[in-house]
Design a protein around this ligand. Structure first.
Ligand code: TYD
Ligand code: MG
Length: 467
């Protein structure tokens, strides 16, 4: 029998019959690699070969999910109350972001509660992990450490002793199964290893945590192909140079998705931030132009963050547009609406937008705060002190309501803010304890900041410079 080949994109896992330089599915370049198709004769399927199964009703007794609570609240919240026995969790993130540290802390906490935990390190030597554990104050935690990359060895190891209740694989990209030609880290190996490990978890009832690296471009053999194989996907993110780290659930069969946990990096490991809402506010002077505070919600938690904008005359034919922490397409949209619906033109000017603290905002509710920062920077007029903003901007310039308005206002009041500029001033927003200003159209915002008027060209006043 001749061996057949298939061509697999290492970025997205798409399979095709021929090689090409660019993946048709995800558009990535130079990611397609030849793999030998494992020989498995296709079997025909017919009712005669099967056996009839009994169907069940939706009503009836349900077994309550048991969960492994680490006691690290930010981690437990994100997983939906703790890791679930027999489930598989993928924790993805850029190299160096802190995945190994986080999971060693979780494994250590569970081990100290008397649960058998196994930490498989394929990336670092056992000695390095031991060294880290001591730095984290976990030297005495009874975690069973093993340095291995061959999945058969790992399965044999965990099946020979007391079965672990929780197991960490650091990282899935270093693991390999025998009988596959491709190298560790290739889609075939990542998929094959994960399949075997996830099956082991289901069999033994261990909570399996797979760590996986993603690059900025998402190119190298990706956790992307793993996402549908596991029950829960957590991403660990943060900006280099900032100490905040955010753990986010993007898929969770056992809990809410979109929940976040916030940590601060310290020399002694990750520290929980149970009240993250004020972390992303910089303590700026109230009279600086170009900043606005967004009252956001991440998952179920309110988070207040400062959005900074800088609008400056550009020497370039095509002015720069640079965004950190927000979507550049949304910035382009807000700029277009400001110009087309409110007569505020930023053409000929560079525009920079920055979300402070290294947080990444994906909510459309940040539109109004971004617009306020932009208009304020352009006019040099600060937004009123002690004010928060939220609202989604439509293409017609109308400002739409966003979910959890009451929660946002409550948090802003708690943190000492005095007023809120929001899409609606009635109903949900009534008893917030804040002075609520209704902004129904983007031009309302433009008129209120710096007294701009839709029909006159924008006066570029002298910017206020902080002393
Ligand atoms: P590490 O956990 O190894 O990241 P990853 O497994 O995602 O590649 O962390 C990277 C480096 O940062 C490592 O040298 C330890 C250091 N670090 C701290 O000193 N304190 C912390 O709280 C964290 C998370 C990391
Ligand atoms: Mg690591």
């Amino acid at each position: 029998m001749s061996k057949r080949s298939r061509y697999v994109c290492q970025a997205c896992g798409a399979v095709s019959g021929k090689w090409s330089g660019k993946c048709d599915d995800c558009g990535a370049w130079n990611t397609i690699v030849e793999e030998v198709v494992p020989e498995a004769a296709p079997k025909s399927t017919s009712a005669a070969q099967g056996r009839a199964l009994k169907t069940e009703a939706l009503s009836g007794a349900v077994t309550q999910l048991r969960r492994l609570e680490a006691g690290i609240r930010e981690f437990d919240v994100v997983t939906g109350g703790g890791l679930v026995p027999g489930s598989a969790t993928l924790v993805g993130g850029e190299p160096g972001i802190g995945k190994s540290t986080l999971l060693l802390q979780v494994a250590g906490a569970l081990a100290r509660k008397g649960l058998p935990t196994t930490y498989v390190t394929g990336e670092e030597a056992a000695d390095q992990v031991r060294h880290r554990a001591q730095r984290l104050g976990l030297g005495d935690a009874p975690v069973r450490l093993v340095a291995a990359t061959n999945v058969s060895d790992i399965l044999a190891t965990v099946e020979s002793g007391q079965p672990p209740a929780m197991m960490v694989i650091d990282s899935i990209q270093t693991m390999f199964v025998d009988g596959l030609d491709s190298a560790p880290g290739s889609v075939a190996q990542v998929r094959g290893s994960a399949q075997a490990l996830v099956a082991q978890a289901k069999r033994s009832g261990a909570a399996m945590v797979l760590l996986g690296h993603v690059t900025k471009e998402g190119v190298i053999a990706g956790p992307r192909v793993l996402e549908h194989m596991v029950d829960t996907v957590l991403t660990f993110e943060g900006e280099r140079g900032h100490t905040f780290r955010i753990l986010r659930a993007t898929k969770n069969r056992f809990g809410p998705a979109d929940e976040i946990g916030v940590f601060t990096m310290t020399a002694a490991g990750l520290r929980e931030e149970p009240n993250p809402s004020a972390l992303f506010l910089s303590d700026h002077a109230a009279d600086t132009s170009g900043t606005a505070v967004f009252a956001g919600v991440e998952g179920t938690r309110p988070v207040l963050v400062e959005i900074q904008a800088l609008v400056a005359p550009s020497p370039l034919a095509t002015p720069r547009r640079a965004v950190v922490g927000w979507d550049s397409a949304r910035l382009a949209m807000v700029l277009a609406v400001l110009e087309a619906r409110c007569g505020v033109a930023m053409a000929g000017r560079d525009v920079y937008l920055n979300v402070t603290g290294g947080l990444r905002i994906s909510e459309p509710g940040a539109d109004l705060a971004a617009a306020a920062a932009l208009v304020s920077s352009l006019t040099g007029e600060p937004v009123p002190a002690g004010t928060v903003f939220f609202g989604e901007i439509g293409l017609s310039g109308d400002v739409r309501n966003v979910a959890h308005a009451a929660l946002r206002l409550k948090e802003a009041a708690k943190l000492g803010f005095k007023s809120a500029w929001v899409p609606q001033a009635r109903g949900e927003t009534d008893d917030a304890g804040l002075d609520v200003v209704a902004i129904r159209h983007l031009s309302d915002l433009v008129t209120r900041i710096g007294g701009l008027d839709a029909d006159t060209p924008v006066p570029l006043r002298e910017r206020k410079v902080r002393g």
